[in-house]
Design a protein around this ligand. Structure first.
Ligand code: PEP
Ligand code: MG
Length: 324
């Protein structure tokens, strides 16, 4: 299989009946960029900007950020690079910005932190916009959004950053801006969000944690963290339908997309892009090339009639075996 996977790199992710599904990658470390290009990634669906923030001992300046963002954008241009604004708090800590809380997953994290600290947000957004000058392959994505007012406030700040930079003489095009759906409240507002932004991306790792009320990092309840829980799949289905009503693209960058069974279900639901770790990209491409879209739809229909995560998992395993 390894040789086959290597040949796969230059082939598109296309089903046997000609359905084409773009495969993007999740990045964070500098080394992820060449690795992703080697695997034939068609874009970056999630650049976790907090990773370069984590491996330092103070906040990087606008210039420092600009340089590291420019490297990513340049390496991928003209392919799109989706940069997530700082997602700290919860399971993602900065040594020089400690957040001590009883219940960090339900606490101050993601967009909540950066909206309370516009100086952190503005520096980061300015660095992203400047890095994209002349390349124009930047997309900005907002994590942990719960309410419409958060999206509106973040959009206002991004607009302000664009204006400021233009006044300073930079040639700035406003990039597409999207939100992550990671909080159950956001699921039910997908359509509203879709009217405000250019794209939607599902963070299924957090969404699963919050839907099931299971800490994604607690080994004691790891057995309850069921990516194929019927409630999770219903939410994933609902999000695509709602976003498509507004004709907005929907991608998914959680780990469920990096599992072949999950990838086929997501394709059948209508996800426009799957974003996975570079290491998982070949096996996802292989899975997509092994089926017809019609067969993936059938699989989704049969999974929809099951009401237990283990049964769904079992059904996926058996079907994947049958597809070869
Ligand atoms: C997610 O929550 O699914 C996601 C992609 O973001 P992270 O894993 O970085 O929280
Ligand atoms: Mg997340």
């Amino acid at each position: 299989v390894t040789d086959e996977l290597r040949v796969l790199r230059d082939l598109p992710a296309i089903t046997k009946d000609g359905y084409r599904l773009p495969l993007w990658v999740n990045t964070g470390l500098a080394a992820d960029v060449p690795r992703s290009l080697e695997q034939g990634a068609e874009g970056i669906g999630l650049y976790r900007t907090e990773i370069p923030f984590m491996i330092r001992d103070s906040f990087p300046s606008e210039q420092d950020q600009l340089e590291s963002y420019r490297t990513q954008l340049q390496a991928f241009a003209p392919l799109p690079v989706t940069m997530r604004t700082l997602d700290i708090g919860g399971d993602k800590a900065l040594p020089y910005f400690p957040i001590k809380e009883e219940n960090p997953s339900l606490g101050w994290r993601g967009i909540r932190v950066t909206l309370d600290h516009p100086e952190i947000f503005m520096v980061q957004v300015r660095a992203m916009l400047r890095a994209s000058e002349g390349l124009d392959n930047l997309r900005i994505m907002l994590p942990m959004v719960t309410s419409v007012s958060e999206v509106e406030e973040a959009l206002r700040q991004i607009d302000r950053a664009c204006e400021e930079l233009r006044e300073e003489g930079y040639q700035i095009k406003k990039p597409p801006v999207g939100v992550m759906i990671e909080v159950p409240a956001a699921v039910y507002q997908t359509r509203r969000f879709a009217r405000l932004v250019d794209f939607i991306s599902v963070g299924s790792n957090d969404l699963t944690q919050y839907l099931l009320a299971v800490d994604r990092n607690n080994p004691r309840v790891a057995g309850l963290y069921a990516s194929y829980h019927p409630a999770v799949l219903k939410a994933l289905d609902f999000i695509v339908h709602e976003a498509h009503k507004e004709r907005k693209h929907v991608s998914i960058c959680g780990e469920i997309a990096a599992d072949p069974g999950g990838a086929l279900l997501l394709m059948a639901m209508g996800y426009d892009v799957l974003s996975v770790n570079a290491n998982n990209l070949p096996k996802i491409k292989f899975a997509i090339r092994s089926v017809s879209f019609a067969r993936a739809r059938q699989l989704l229909l049969s999974v929809r009639s099951l009401h237990d995560a283990d049964d769904i998992h079992q059904e996926l395993r058996q079907s994947l075996k049958a597809f070869g």
